[in-house]
Ligand binder design. Structure first.
Ligand SMILES: Nc1ncnc2c1ncn2[C@@H]1O[C@H](COP(=O)(O)OP(=O)(O)OP(=O)(O)O)[C@@H](O)[C@H]1O
Length: 252
């Protein structure tokens, strides 16, 4: 699905990512922790191909396509989608218009999808213009539901979201990632996991998203370097107790 090898990324000549190796298999969800400024957003934007990020070394391969230098719209067409932490407002582009663009030639019922995230009254408003934090996140989810990507990149889904909105965002994120496949009498969890085609890479500081989705693995990104891989809840407990100082010891 996604294979990142020795990825070095610079912004305005400053190296921010310093040799990232990361593989995400089909149906797998990976959580990314890390202190402010460690390069998490840079990694997600570089995978999506947006912004002024220069790949100076290494490669990103998605479903056997080398996407390292591909424009963002081609990556989206291949099946990568992203929910940004602070997406821009766009004058003159309605939410409905953007959601329709996300769907490309898929046949979707925009009004029905919007009702799922309580955004039916926002469809004819300019995208994100005057939206609250929770409304922005719900609109990001709506776009992802329309796009139906194979790899979902979430940059801090909890940011700016109140408890009630978090429950809705978490539920919809689970629906996107787990594709409404629930264990029943005929199918075990293991069998269903095998059927899943959607993968996720999620940045979180608080870990609240882990109350809603099942993550397979967590990593810590520290100063542009991935420094550990473990059960995400265990990493979170460790960070709550010791902060990031153990990462410095780990890397030294
Ligand atoms: N356009 C830019 N110009 C210069 N430096 C930048 C730019 N964008 C990001 N950086 C720098 O790159 C580093 C990594 O930023 P990034 O946003 O990837 O960190 P992060 O781990 O996502 O942080 P946070 O948890 O605070 O969101 C920071 O030092 C940041 O100031």
């Amino acid at each position: 699905m996604l294979s990142i090898t020795n990825l070095h990324v610079a912004i305005n000549g400053k190296e921010v990512l310093k040799g990232i190796d990361l593989t995400i298999d089909r149906g797998e969800t990976v959580i990314l922790f890390g202190p402010n400024g460690s390069g998490k957003t840079t990694l997600l934007y570089t995978i999506m191909g947006i912004g002024n990020y220069e790949v100076t070394e290494g490669s990103i391969v998605f479903n056997d396509h080398d996407i390292t230098s591909m424009p963002a719209y081609e990556r989206a067409r291949l099946g990568i989608g992203m929910s940004m932490q602070r997406p821009p407002s766009i004058h003159g582009l309605t939410t409905r218009g953007l959601v329709q663009m996300c769907a490309a030639d898929r046949d979707i019922d925009i009004d029905k999808l919007a009702r799922k995230v309580n955004l039916e009254d926002f469809l004819d408003r300019d995208i994100n213009l005057g939206f609250s934090g929770g409304e922005i996140k719900r609109s990001e989810i709506l776009q992802l539901m329309a796009q139906h990507p194979e790899l979902v990149l979430f940059d801090e889904p909890e940011s700016g979201v109140d408890v009630e909105n978090m429950a809705l965002v978490g539920k919809m994120a689970r629906e996107l990632l787990e594709e409404n496949l629930h264990p029943d009498q005929r199918h075990t969890m293991k069998e269903l996991k095998h059927e899943r085609r959607t993968s996720g890479l999620i940045i979180t500081h608080t870990g609240h998203i882990l109350d809603y989705i099942t993550a397979d693995r967590g990593h810590v990104l520290y100063n542009g370097v991935l420094c550990c891989a473990d059960n995400p809840k265990r990493i979170l407990e460790h960070l709550a107790r010791y902060g990031y100082r153990e990462c410095i010891r780990c890397l030294s």
